[in-house]
Design a protein around this ligand. Structure first.
Ligand code: ADP
Ligand code: ZN
Ligand code: ZN
Length: 821
């Protein structure tokens, strides 16, 4: 027998290996195996088996097996194949997602050095500053190192070509090993009686004479009848030692054994369960989708329901329906740790049938919840984009809540998938309905609904006859002129906040920037403090009194002199959440203000705790970044204030208007969710801006209609597919040259694709790497399935790789990029 194996690496082919006889019964499609590959040893996925191959002599044996049960099945393989084809990664890179984090067994490379030889070469090397010299110096003293350690030691990432050269010289050897898995099932020792209750009772008198301590243990176990007890609990309760247990065991009176325990993630946010009748509008939606669940039919529904229309309740009713038919349910939410309410409502309803899968859980918790899904214990999975890979079988319903949210797109790792779009494909493969829900549907999804690719469902009203809030813009340029601004607050806004908190109503303030000041500026020479590794301003964080880069995390103490001219006239500019919090506590010293941004909620469970206190009224005002715009449902919130509408409006990106509309509409939606009327005050320098006007009038339709025209005019989605090619390297010139080369190859293909000239990226340097972009647009009218786009890129990519001049330049392909910065 032979196995087809793919690797979680960028090469696209599969490779054939022969299966040793001993393994024939165990290896199946979906098993992970360890195999030789050139000089290396790799772990890979078996994607298929076959009996015959053409050329037998070059085929090597599988060395080892990693899993005793397959990690994916036929139907999920289809999904991973789609993912690889669509996002242009290898099948192995897509399949890497089929196992929970911690179970990857990566092949690790180690470098073994000939220290004497390295030291000799180091002495001979003329340029002691070059990377080769640094590596040689390192290995003059050290015999062994893994690559990442070495990368850190010499402070450079791209060292492979230098290492390869040194290997050729015989100075070092690069070796492979398979690193062990990081997580395992958790086992705990338990104790139970080995004999029957009667016989154990019978023997007590005899034991009591010699070892009274052991009797205490026996009595405790007897009091629990036939139930086993955790060893540590037993020892504590009876105040005894392991010696007593051991001797009881040797007398065959008790048995000590391993029992697997599940690590369960506990969320800190808690709400009472509520029960209510569906409104007529909700019932209609539930009815329609229920029929699709019944019939196992793939229909993508776009649920356009205003904020507070009770979308969560609809999801829950439909999930109940799917479960009643013995099917499973997948619920995707933007960032789960930021949406404790929807999560809590699912947990309240489905109790131990629902599990979370998200990155703030420990590796062990995720592993256990993953296995609970595989063995059918969990029927409902709720989580952010990575939960799309949860190994659910027999899926009856998929929900993507807040489908417009940017966090569904994976930007950093390969494949750069969009979980919303992938979920639609997943539903198609599993033959089930999918609901994309939002109060501010993405332009793409609404277009799909209006062109009948999706089916549109609407919830146009808030439940419980709550009214939509009244939204007003405050022109801060005008306010400044007439002295109605104090720091970042207009008098109107501050008065209104006072007014609300005095009445014990909740207030939410949005400023979509972290930190205190966003710039440190020299008044004498004009220098702005920037990150040494990125082209980004350093942001002042008051709590730690440091300047920090929001792209790479670099930080340093606030300088007292300008780093360029030495002047002491340094000035802070730009406003972040910390400053808003600070100013507010000056104006409202007697009220409790809490800040929520990724700096303030860095510890596990912190956000849930803050949400609890806000609901109880222990916190009066929440100040935060876009985190406060997401899904919060607190009936006592009556005022939402936006410090500056410009934080998203001025981003040079084709989605800037859409994101502004979504953010402001969503944050406004937090106000007035009950009888008390809600109010929203948005401070801006552009009160006549079209997007802001549409936010004020709550006119999604008007916004959409203009936006879709602009998209058509400028060849943006949904009228064209986009792909972004990025070249990235520490050497600016290499990155630029590579971009030009790639561009030339693309141009020669003479396709009708629209290929933009290579340009430095919006943020030209991140983490020491220079970035260049080539944007490709593929009009839907000529390339409806974007096949031409993908084929052209793949052809160009392999041609580029054959010619590539610089080995240290990385080429990154992003299909459907969310931003083109
Ligand atoms: P959305 O996600 O659409 O903004 P939610 O799902 O958060 O809205 O619902 C808003 C509020 O309305 C919640 O507090 C929810 O408990 C409540 N709610 C939902 N459906 C009903 C109903 N049929 N009757 C009464 N209250 C409801
Ligand atoms: Zn200066
Ligand atoms: Zn940086």
């Amino acid at each position: 027998m032979y196995a087809e194996v793919v690797f979680p690496l960028p090469f696209r082919n599969s490779f054939t290996y022969s299966i040793p006889l001993d393994y024939e019964d165990i290896i199946q499609q979906g098993t992970r195996v360890v195999v030789p590959f050139g000089k290396r040893i790799l772990s890979g996925f078996v994607t298929g088996l076959k009996k015959e191959v053409d050329i037998k002599n070059q085929i090597r044996d599988i060395i080892d097996i990693i899993d005793d049960t397959p990690v994916f099945d036929d139907i999920s393989l289809k999904f991973y194949e789609w993912l690889a084809n669509y996002y242009l990664c290898s099948l192995g890179e897509a399949l890497r997602n089929s196992i929970p984090p911690g179970l990857e067994v990566e092949s690790k490379r180690q470098i073994i050095a000939d220290t004497d030889f390295c030291s000799k070469l180091y002495i001979e090397e003329e340029n002691k500053d070059c990377i080769k010299a640094k590596i040689l110096q390192f290995f003059s003293l050290k015999e062994k190192a893994n690559i990442s350690f070495l990368q850190k030691a010499v402070n450079k990432k791209n060292i492979y070509s230098t290492l390869k050269n040194l290997e050729k010289l015989g100075a070092i050897e690069i070796q492979d090993s398979i690193a062990d898995v990081k997580v395992k099932a958790k086992k705990v020792k338990f104790v139970e009686l080995a004999d029957s209750l009667d016989r154990t009772y019978g023997i007590i008198a005899e034991i009591e004479k010699k070892s009274p301590k052991q009797v205490i243990i026996l009595l405790e176990l007897l009091s629990r009848k036939n139930k086993s007890v955790k060893l540590s609990d037993l020892l504590e309760k009876t105040n005894s030692s392991m010696t007593s247990i051991n001797s009881l065991e040797s007398k065959n009176l008790v048995r000590v054994f391993d029992k697997e325990v599940e690590r369960i993630h506990v969320e800190l946010y808690k709400e009472e369960a509520t029960n209510f009748e569906l409104t007529n509008q909700q019932a209609e939606v539930v009815n329609t989708v229920s029929k699709s669940i019944d019939k196992n039919e793939f229909i993508p529904y776009l649920l356009y329901g205003v904020t507070g229309s009770g979308k969560t309740h609809v999801y829950i009713e439909l999930a109940k329906k799917a479960l009643s038919l013995n099917k499973t349910v997948l619920i995707l939410v933007p960032e789960i740790s930021l949406t404790p309410q929807i999560m809590t409502r699912f947990i309240n309803t489905f109790k131990n049938k629902v599990t979370l899968i998200h990155s703030r859980m420990s590796m062990g918790e995720r592993y256990d919840s993953w296995r609970g899904v595989i063995n059918g214990k969990y029927k409902v999975v709720i989580g952010p984009r990575s939960a799309i890979f949860a190994p659910l079988k027999n899926i009856g319903l998929i929900v993507v809540d807040e489908e417009h949210d940017a966090s569904y797109k994976q930007n950093d790792l390969t494949p750069k998938f969009n979980a919303r779009d992938s979920a639609v494909i997943k539903a198609q493969i599993y033959n089930c309905p999918i609901i994309l829900g939002s109060a501010t549907p993405s332009v793409e999804s609404m277009h799909n609904a209006l062109t009948n690719k999706y089916k549109l469902l609407t919830l146009p009203e808030r439940v419980d006859s709550a009214q939509m809030p009244i939204i007003r813009l405050i022109d801060i340029i005008e306010a400044k002129k007439i002295k109605q601004m104090e720091n970042n607050f207009s008098k109107v806004l501050i008065e209104e906040i006072k007014n609300r908190v005095e009445k014990k109503e909740g207030v939410i303030i949005l400023q979509n920037r972290r930190g205190f000041s966003t710039q440190l500026f020299c008044e004498d020479c004009g220098e702005i403090e920037v990150c040494p590794d990125c082209s980004a301003n350093l942001v002042h964080h008051l709590d730690k009194n440091i300047l920090r880069c929001h792209y790479c995390g670099f930080s340093k103490p606030v300088p007292r002199f300008c780093s360029k001219c030495g002047s002491i006239h340094l000035k802070f500019f730009g406003t972040g959440t910390q400053r808003i919090e600070d100013e507010l506590s000056y104006y409202l010293p007697n009220y409790k203000i809490e800040r929520v941004d990724s700096d303030s909620i860095d510890t596990k469970g912190k956000f849930g705790t803050i949400m609890n206190s806000f609901r109880n009224g222990e916190i009066d005002i929440l100040v935060g970044t876009q985190i406060v715009s997401k899904g919060l449902d607190f009936s006592n919130v009556t005022l939402v204030g936006v410090i500056s509408a410009e934080t998203t409006l001025w981003i040079p990106d084709f989605r800037a208007d859409e994101r502004t509309f979504q953010l402001l509409t969503q944050v406004s939606g937090r106000a007035g969710r009950s009888k008390a009327e809600g109010e929203v005050l948005i401070q801006t320098q552009n009160p006549n801006n079209f997007t802001l006007q549409k936010v004020v009038t709550n006119d999604y339709k008007g916004f959409y209609e203009r936006e879709i025209k602009m998209r058509e005019l400028n060849h943006y989605p949904p009228f064209a597919k986009l792909a972004l090619i990025e070249t990235k390297a520490e050497d600016e010139n290499q990155a630029r040259t590579a971009a030009n080369q790639f561009y030339d190859i693309l141009r020669k293909k003479a396709t009708p694709l629209m290929i933009n000239n290579p340009i430095p990226a919006g943020i030209p340097k991140i983490k020491k790497n220079y970035r260049f972009h080539i944007l490709i647009k593929s009009p839907k009218s000529i390339d409806p399935a974007a096949k031409l786009l993908r084929n052209t890129i793949m052809d160009a990519y392999s041609e580029y790789n054959q010619k590539a001049q610089y080995k240290d330049v990385r080429i990154i392909i992003d299909i459907d990029p969310h931003t083109i910065m």
